[in-house]
Design a protein around this ligand. Structure first.
Ligand code: MN
Ligand code: MN
Length: 325
């Protein structure tokens, strides 16, 4: 293993693991390498309700960017890959057209990473993958220890979508119903638009969920809302899972997604938020989902999703540099 040697090849040369990171072949290699974080692809869009294409998301995110492994985060002053052991564990064995078996495959793959003591960073795929991914991380940690900070235009807390229980509009409901995450430690940021209806918000209130609409952000300022959201997610649990639906961004920054909703966050706000959540909490896992390359005319959605991952890794490295986790 030549882990410490920075890969100096141009980004577009070679087999496209995330940032040319070394690939892990199997669970045994995963155990042996003691990774800090592990990239896992979840290439499925069987659960989408509108525009498809997110099954191509992991490929596009891995291939995005001109960055190399020596990358230096100018804001945090760290070279993340000099401080962290990060690997690419390939993709979950998804089954096109079968949401249940796909969920099981995601849960198994993410579970292997979590049980190895590493942080899974999942590349979606549609948002249905968050149900098995968070379930696997919560199971590895033990009940009640995991809070969720969820960035999205949509609450994804419907009971069903046209009778489908494992839709991309329902994962957060399944997580709370199953007990994987306590309702009061489930915090949503960026909600806007015209869905879900009031009855769904009633259910969310009954669970003790907290959410911050884009209108709250406009009124109170992003910094104040972000600080409160982090405090709320740590109300009980001591670890955080960060779920980023790329449609939390304004479609100007992320056109390549299945259900775009105008009036969202800027890329700068989202990257700041991802950085702050990672710096201020103990991150147990994360995902970035709903990147749909066929609608991503200039490739900018895959770029920002790639930087969401880079922001997480850079913030983890900054904590390591300070002698923390
Ligand atoms: Mn979503
Ligand atoms: Mn969404």
């Amino acid at each position: 293993m030549v882990y410490d040697r920075m890969d100096d090849r141009p980004a577009f040369v070679g087999i496209p693991t995330f940032l040319h990171l070394p690939a892990l072949a199997d669970a045994e290699a995963l155990q042996q390498e003691h990774p800090d974080a592990v990239i896992v692809g979840a290439p499925t869009d069987t659960a989408v309700t509108h525009r498809p294409g997110a099954r191509f998301g992991p490929r596009a995110i891995r291939a995005a960017s001109n960055l190399r492994r020596g990358s230096y985060h100018l804001g945090l002053g760290v070279q993340p890959f000099k401080l962290l052991r990060v690997f690419d564990y390939g993709d979950a064995d998804v089954v096109p057209g079968d949401i249940e078996r796909t969920n099981q495959a995601v849960r198994a793959k993410v579970g292997e990473v979590a049980k190895a003591g590493a942080r899974p960073i999942v590349l979606g795929g549609d948002h249905s993958v968050t149900y098995p991914s968070v379930s696997a991380v919560a199971e590895a940690l033990g009940r009640g220890r995991l809070g969720v900070v969820h960035f999205d235009a949509h609450a994804d807390t419907a009971n069903d979508s046209w009778g489908v229980l494992l839709s991309h509009g329902t994962p957060m409901r399944r997580l709370i119903e199953s007990g994987a995450v306590p309702g009061r430690a489930f915090v949503q940021v960026g909600l806007r638009g015209y869905w879900p209806p009031p009855s769904v918000f009633d259910w969310m209130r009954e669970q003790g969920m907290r959410w911050h609409t884009i209108h709250d952000i406009q009124r109170r300022g992003f910094e104040a809302v972000l600080t409160e959201a982090i405090e709320q997610a740590l109300d009980g649990p001591d670890r955080i899972y960060l779920s980023v639906d790329i449609d939390v961004l304004d479609p100007a920054y992320a056109p390549g997604t299945g259900t775009p909703e105008p009036g969202g966050l800027t890329a700068r706000e989202l990257l700041q938020a991802v950085r702050e959540v990672t710096l201020r909490t103990e991150l147990a896992g994360a995902d970035v989902v709903e990147v749909s390359p066929p609608y991503d005319a200039a490739g900018i959605t895959a770029e920002v999703a790639h930087r969401v991952v880079m922001e997480i890794l850079s913030a983890l490295a900054a904590k390591r540099a300070e002698g923390g986790a």
